[in-house]
Structures are given as structure tokens and as C-alpha cells.
Write a protein that binds this ligand. Structure first.
Ligand code: ADP
Ligand code: MG
Length: 280
């Protein structure tokens, strides 16, 4: 083959790849072709290498898109989550949930309970992140924000389609469900959402309050019970009853580096945080 013919072929390939919208192939083929020529690859081997590259590239770009659409809070990863701080939590169980598969395939739920600052949002977001990296589609939302959006859709008589659009997410993370306000509770959009995803699409819910206090999230008691019933039917419930991680960090800071951590009573913690606040 003359070099003239090669460059004409190359130019045609570039044009065709533009037309076929294969930017990944366009970027890699000259390098692979050079290697193939040099090492005398059979044509099928060259084509396989090119196709493999394109497939991997598409997966990577898809995950990047899913990462953006997930709106996860920044920096909350499993790697930065200290499992030692939540001794009642099984790390193995959390890691298994973060690996997805079974529970997401069956539309089961994950509920994280515990007082403020105990790491519910961090763990929920970290599990979401791991799932996105694994190819699942996730949306993280403050429950109040999402409820507000659904209320707008309801007023526009488009609630059904708004909820249907959320079906594209294998997992919907509803952070702080108990922060839904009284006026938001009076419309039943949250119930509609829960009922629609039941046994089909998963929810991960974080809550500062136990079920007993959920009466304010829904319009009436019957609906509260019906919602809880659906949520827990296929669910893993993780209790994270630990002292606030924020307070613990504030206390450790006050105690200073190098000093061994001591177990503080809630009162001591309270005082430490107040003192830290006063000192600032
Ligand atoms: P919650 O949602 O339960 O109120 P957060 O997840 O917001 O608590 O945690 C409060 C802060 O403490 C966040 O900055 C979070 O990253 C951090 N945090 C909480 N628990 C842990 C933990 N076990 N390991 C590392 N950081 C933690
Ligand atoms: Mg939180």
C-alpha cells in the first residue's frame, strides 16, 4: 500500500466516523491501526480491539452522565465513612448493599434511622455513589425539595408523569423524610410516589424520627400506616443510634491532637460543643 492511498483512506475514515458520531473510535483508531500494522494483527483482532475500546468508552461516558444526574452531595464516600463510629452497623452488610444487585432488582428499600449528625446522609450518599459507579441510576434529593416539585406537577395535573419519570432511577434517595412540612403533608404526593415505586423501584430513606413520629408526613393516619407498610414490606432497616459525628469531631478538636479519645457523656459533649462555640 502506498502512503498516498493510506492517507486517503485515513481521511475517509475520519469523515465517516464523524458522520457515524463515533468520536471515541475516531480518537483511538490511528494508534490501534499503527500497532496493528506494526505487529501484523489479523483484521478481526484490530476490529475487536477497536470495538472493545468503544464499548468501554461508552460505559465510562454513561456513568459520568449518571454521576451528574444523581446530584449526590460531594465527598461522601464509603472510603471516608468511619464504620468504627457506628458500631451497631455491620460494615459487611453496608458494603453488600452498596454492591446493589438483589435489592435493587426487586425494588426493595433501605431505611436509615438515627439522630442528627450520625452519618445517615453520608452513608446513604456513599451507597448511592457506589451504585452509580456500578452502573445503576440514582437520584439523591432532599425529600422536601422533591415533594415540592411533585406538588407543582400535581397543580399542573402532571403528577402521574412526574412520578413516572422518576422510574428511570433504580434508586431514589429521599433524605430527611421527616422534614416534610405540615402543608406539604396535606397533599398526598409523597404517598403516591411510595405507592408507585412499591415492589418495582427502590427507595433509600433517611429519617431522624422513628415511625411513631411519621404522622406529620402524611395527611392522615391511615395513609401513614399504608405508606410505612409498603416501605417496610421489603426493606433493610439500619439503625444508626450514635452520638453526632459533628459533635465528636468538635470535641476531639477541643481535646487536641495526641490525647487519647475518652468516651464522653452527652452532657460533656454538649458542654464541649458550647465551649468550642464560645471560643470561636
Ligand atoms: P445525618 O444525616 O445523620 O444527620 P450526616 O451524614 O450529615 O448526618 O453527618 C454529619 C457530618 O459528619 C457529615 O459531614 C458527615 O460526612 C460526617 N460523618 C458522620 N458520620 C460519619 C462517619 N461515620 N464517618 C465519617 N464521617 C461521618
Ligand atoms: Mg442528614
Amino acid at each position: 500500500m502506498t502512503s498516498g492511498a493510506t492517507s486517503i483512506d485515513a481521511a475517509r475514515v475520519e469523515l465517516l466516523l464523524n458522520e457515524l458520531r463515533l468520536p471515541g473510535v475516531k480518537a483511538i483508531w490511528p494508534k490501534l491501526a499503527a500497532q496493528s500494522d506494526k505487529e501484523g494483527w489479523p483484521a478481526a483482532r484490530f476490529l475487536a480491539a477497536l470495538a472493545e475500546h468503544e464499548a468501554a468508552d461508552r460505559t465510562r461516558r454513561r456513568i459520568e452522565r449518571h454521576m451528574v444526574e444523581a446530584r449526590l452531595p460531594a465527598g461522601k464516600t464509603l472510603a471516608t465513612f468511619e464504620f468504627e463510629s457506628v458500631p451497631m452497623l455491620s460494615k459487611a452488610q453496608a458494603m453488600a448493599l452498596a454492591a446493589g444487585d438483589v435489592w435493587l432488582k426487586t425494588g426493595a428499600n433501605l431505611l436509615l434511622f438515627g439522630p442528627p449528625g450520625g452519618g445517615k446522609t453520608h452513608l446513604g450518599a456513599a451507597i448511592g455513589l457506589a451504585l452509580v459507579e456500578d452502573g445503576w441510576r440514582v437520584l439523591f434529593a432532599r425529600t422536601t425539595d422533591l415533594v415540592q416539585r411533585l406538588q407543582v406537577a400535581r397543580r399542573e395535573l402532571a403528577l402521574e408523569s412526574a412520578i413516572a419519570k422518576l422510574d428511570r432511577y433504580d434508586l431514589l434517595i429521599l433524605d430527611d423524610i421527616t422534614y416534610v412540612s405540615k402543608d406539604q403533608a396535606e397533599t398526598s404526593v409523597l404517598f403516591e410516589l411510595i405507592a408507585s415505586r412499591y415492589e418495582r423501584r427502590s427507595l433509600l430513606i433517611t429519617a431522624n424520627q422513628p415511625f411513631g413520629e411519621w404522622g406529620r408526613i402524611f395527611p392522615d393516619q391511615a395513609m401513614t400506616l399504608a405508606a410505612i407498610d409498603r416501605l417496610v414490606h421489603h426493606a433493610t432497616i439500619l439503625e444508626m443510634n450514635v452520638e453526632s459525628y459533628r459533635r465528636k469531631v468538635a470535641l476531639d478538636r477541643r481535646r487536641g491532637p495526641g490525647r487519647p479519645p475518652v468516651h464522653a457523656t452527652p452532657n460533656e459533649l454538649e458542654k464541649a460543643v458550647t465551649d468550642a462555640g464560645n471560643a470561636a
